[in-house]
Design a protein around this ligand. Structure first.
Ligand SMILES: *Cc1c(COP(=O)(O)O)cnc(C)c1O
Length: 460
């Protein structure tokens, strides 16, 4: 056995032991930063350590230094785990070490990206001719979509933003939801569109953009315009009324972008697909594969209805060189050049689950959210403060004189308890625990343990 083979086997044995015990461990990390520094830090060694010892040291530190986001009772931040086929495929990506930027560097990865993009559009109910980019996450997807939007609306006004920049350009009217995710504002900042010069449309009690207010807002002004809506509010899980928003955007001649970081996957379920009705009337859609589709980090996805604009916004070559390549180069649709073959684990997840398996994953998480909400509602100390229409439950301690302080104390106890992990948030001025269900391995028994832990931590 070569040293390389021994080393890979060693890593595999660490990884499998880690995953096989993940359901039983304290869900949060238990090592302090100082403990991790002591275990792994110190000056850069002059001479190399043995490779086996290096891998062992990392694996050992991971036992207490990682958060069990792969486990069934991690419910923070809509993170999702990784289905086994996707984890295994990701190992192959590292072994192959392909550069997925251009077809000629890795025909396999480029073709798998094509196939996977087609499957994803089918699953999400998006037209087959839409363009697709595999980016690092939904932040990258929102950025790419809005860069494409910027190109497209300015080109229509006779302005070449890639060549001329924004100085002297016709102003773009950017309209967002009052509850747009902060990554939308990050993207606007990076694109020179300004996070602070947007117009905000008010939302309802569940955080949905009000379509009437949007229509009013769009009735003033003309010229280039971009509207940002979302499918899946990061707190409540609620969906903006996309069909009505798409109508309003179309009337104004605006570009409509939809951030569906986790909510887009509702489209995979026949029972839930109504939530994203009208999404194929958008101009761009952003989502994450590393959240609810349960593939390893890092994988976001951007889809646009305007392939030429997408390519023009992302590629120097497209603007200056006559296209000669016969095959699609993945880099033409993302802000990066060299990158790993992140379509491979997505392919493995989709092929191993199939359409039915993805629908089951999404529906199961939603059923578990309802089950948890029912348990929490039955406790007189707690109130569920969102409509549990998807996979998110917002719960709050209401039986104390200072509900915000009592809720924060409950969250603190829960995170230290280790049965499960969920994060705190502020929802319409109220402190709340946000529980997101988006892991393939979570069972009803897990939810019952999570529910009991929340109820226990609300009072003890
Ligand atoms: C998580 C999330 C994002 C950001 O996604 P990353 O994968 O963390 O970049 C954007 N929008 C919404 C609604 C999200 O939930």
């Amino acid at each position: 056995m070569t040293n390389r083979t021994a080393l890979l086997n060693r890593a595999a044995s660490h990884a499998t032991r880690y995953l096989e015990t993940i359901a039983d461990r304290h869900v949060g990390a238990t090592a302090t930063a100082d403990e991790l520094r002591a275990a792994l830090g110190g000056p850069l060694p002059d001479t190399g350590d043995r490779e086996g010892a290096t891998i062992d040291a990392l694996a050992h530190a991971a036992e207490r230094g990682t958060v069990a986001t792969q486990g069934p009772r991690y419910h923070g931040f809509v993170v999702g785990g990784s289905v086994p086929a996707a984890t295994a495929a990701d190992w192959l990506v590292s072994a192959w070490d392909q550069n997925a930027g251009v077809h000629v560097l890795s025909p396999l990865v480029a073709v798998v990206e094509d196939i996977t993009a087609g499957w994803l559009k089918e699953l999400a109910g998006l037209p087959a001719h839409w363009s697709t980019g595999f980016v690092t996450g939904c932040q990258g997807a929102n950025f790419t979509a809005l860069a494409t939007a910027r190109h497209h609306v300015l080109a229509a006004a006779g302005w070449d933003v890639e060549a001329q920049g924004l100085f002297g350009a016709p102003p773009i009217d950017v309209v967002v939801s009052d509850e747009s995710h902060y990554t939308i504002f990050n993207a606007l900042r990076m694109l020179g569109l300004g996070a602070g010069r947007v117009r905000r449309v008010p939302t309802d009690d569940q955080g949905r953009m009000q379509a009437d207010a949007l229509r009013d807002s769009l009735s003033i002004g003309s010229g280039p315009c971009i509207v940002c809506a979302q499918a899946g509010n990061v707190n409540s899980g609620a969906f903006d009324p996309i069909e009505a928003i798409a109508d309003a955007a179309k009337t104004r001649g605006a570009w409509l972008h939809v951030d569906g970081a986790f909510g887009l996957w509702a489209a995979a379920s026949p029972a839930l697909a109504y939530l994203v009705r009208g999404i194929n009337g958008a101009d761009s859609v952003a989502t994450d594969a590393h959240k609810w589709l349960n593939v390893p980090y890092d994988c976001g996805l951007v889809f646009t209805a305007h392939t030429a604009s997408h390519r023009a916004a992302m590629t120097m070559a497209a603007a200056y060189i006559v296209e000669t390549a016969t095959e699609r180069d993945p880099r033409d649709f993302v802000p990066e050049e060299s990158r790993r073959g992140r379509a491979i684990p997505v392919y493995a997840a989709l092929r191993s689950m199939g359409r039915q398996g993805v629908a089951d994953l999404v529906e199961r998480c939603c059923r578990l959210a309802t089950r948890l909400a029912n348990q929490l509602r039955a406790d007189s100390n707690l109130a569920v403060i969102n409509d549990v229409a998807l996979n998110q439950v917002l719960v709050r301690v209401t039986s104390r004189p200072d509900p915000d302080a009592a809720t924060r104390a409950m969250i603190d106890r829960l995170q230290r308890d280790g049965t499960c992990w969920a994060s705190g948030t502020t929802w319409h001025g109220m402190a709340a625990l946000r529980v997101a269900l988006s892991n393939w391995s979570t069972t009803e028994a897990d939810i019952d343990r999570t529910g009991a832990a929340i109820i226990r931590c609300a009072t003890s």
